[in-house]
Design a protein around this ligand. Structure first.
Ligand code: URA
Length: 453
């Protein structure tokens, strides 16, 4: 019986109010349980079957318990590249997509799978705008141990992260970039599905992660997208193998959906840059926007930018693109664009940010920094109040950590390891000490290990 569409005997009511491409009344009706059984039994679902399920879930005709069962079947048995692209497209079509004039200006964006100290978005958006492309960057809040771009930017007094769709399109065109939260109208099926996955043990599924990330990004109606897929102790994907699979799936799906998509596989076995937290990361981003700052963050931001400049046809070679980025960071142009973006979003780019008092944690033995439990550092920031223990918790933007050593560094008893910005650093000192292993040997890992195109 599988795959037999049962023609609708009664019309499915309530067509989606804000769907551009799908009219659910036009889709054949199926038995939801038969489609769950098909995925359970390792069959490939057709485009119509996936459309029926996702649009039904988005509009409420497929209840949460059937979507939960389908998510678990997908988690256990996977999906083919075609199924993943269809899933993404259906999630995308559950909401509005940004509309741009036909003016030849490329619209581009970056997505990072998240890490500790990852502040590249704050630098990349104005840098891209300065390079002549536009970046309507839709970002998120902290997830698990990782920080979120919106939480960081809210350390700036007055900065608004809840721009309307109209403000997103207007400011992207006038300033060249915005960084804001995804509005509820974009890919609403993802918001609903993510909440369900979170409580049904179905988050770590490559097809579901791909559909979730790509539906939100592609709702921006982009010409090019770059993905920073991280692996290691501070990443969502702990192993290089898992991250490689995810990178393939994301790039493949972007290409199938007509968007020039590349990915960089990057190491997250230690924080990116020195600063981890909210206000401290904004300050480090400003240093980089003014041509200074730690090398690793500068290098990664330039590489991500260069990928997009090639995809968007602005530069012909990676060398040219890198040189363009270096110049715009070093001559202050990217910083000026950042100030315009912050002002346009209600913030004061010159405001002095509040930072809690710093105290140094020192090494108690000689040796080499051999491993860092980066996730534990992210959890320490949450414990200090810099992230949320539960939804809706307020954030203390003034707390954070500064890494004073990196993997492979030789240290001696008494060398400062980490500066803790907090009024009560003692609550995390033993967790941080445990997170940083000093041994006889250790290596400095490469930051960018592979490129997928
Ligand atoms: N980030 C997302 O946006 N979705 C996922 O499913 C996982 C990480």
């Amino acid at each position: 019986m599988r795959g037999d569409p049962m023609q609708a005997s009664s019309k499915i009511s309530a067509p989606l109010s804000h769907t551009h491409h799908r009219n659910i009344a036009m889709l054949p009706a199926f038995f939801p349980a038969s489609l769950i059984a098909a995925k359970r039994d390792h069959h490939e679902l057709t485009d119509e079957e996936i459309g029926f399920f996702i649009q039904g879930f988005a509009t409420g005709s497929i209840p949460d318990y059937q979507m939960s069962a389908m998510s678990m079947a997908i988690y256990l048995n996977g999906m083919t590249p075609r199924e993943i692209a269809t899933l993404t497209s259906e999630m995308l079509c559950s909401g509005t997509q940004l509309a741009w004039p036909n003016d030849g200006i490329p619209r581009v964006d970056k997505h990072s799978t998240g890490g500790i100290g990852d502040k590249t978005s704050l630098i990349l958006a104005p840098l891209l705008a300065e390079c002549g492309v536009q970046n309507p960057m839709l970002s998120g809040r902290g997830l698990g141990a990782t920080g979120g771009t919106l939480d960081k930017l809210e350390a700036i007094p007055g900065f608004r992260t809840n721009l309307s769709l109209d403000e997103i399109t207007r400011l992207t065109q006038s300033i060249g970039c915005v960084i804001t939260g995804a509005s509820a109208e974009l890919a609403p099926a993802d918001r609903k599905l993510y909440a369900l996955r979170d409580v049904t043990a179905t988050v770590p599924s490559i097809p579901l992660i791909t559909g979730s990330i790509m539906s939100k990004k592609l709702a921006e109606s982009l010409d090019a997208l770059v993905l920073d897929v991280k692996f290691g102790s501070g990443a969502f994907m702990k192993t290089r193998e898992q991250a490689t699979q995810l990178a393939h799936s994301l790039v493949n799906t972007g290409k199938r959906m007509g968007v020039r998509t590349t990915a960089l596989l990057t190491d997250m076995n230690q924080p990116l840059g020195r600063m981890c937290g909210n206000a401290v990361e904004v300050l480090e981003s400003i240093d980089i926007l003014k041509g200074g700052g730690p090398n690793d963050v500068r290098l990664l931001t330039i590489e991500l930018c260069a990928e997009l400049l090639i995809s968007a046809g602005i530069d012909q070679t990676l060398e040219d693109a890198r040189r363009r980025c270096e110049t715009l960071l070093d001559n202050g142009a990217a910083f000026e664009r950042y100030c315009r973006m912050v002002k346009a979003q209600g913030g004061d780019p010159e405001a002095a940010l509040l930072i809690a008092p710093g105290s140094d944690l020192v090494v108690d033995q000689d040796g080499i920094v051999s491993s860092i439990d980066t996730e534990a550092l992210g959890l320490a920031i949450i414990a200090l109040g810099g992230g949320r223990k539960k939804m809706g918790d307020p954030i203390d933007h003034s707390v954070g950590l500064e890494m004073l050593v990196r993997l492979g560094d030789r240290v001696q008893k008494g060398t400062p390891l980490v500066r803790i910005f907090s009024n009560s650093p003692e609550q995390v000192t033993s967790a941080i000490r445990d997170a940083i292993q000093i041994r006889d040997t250790g290596i400095t890992p490469e930051l960018i290990v592979e490129r997928f195109a």
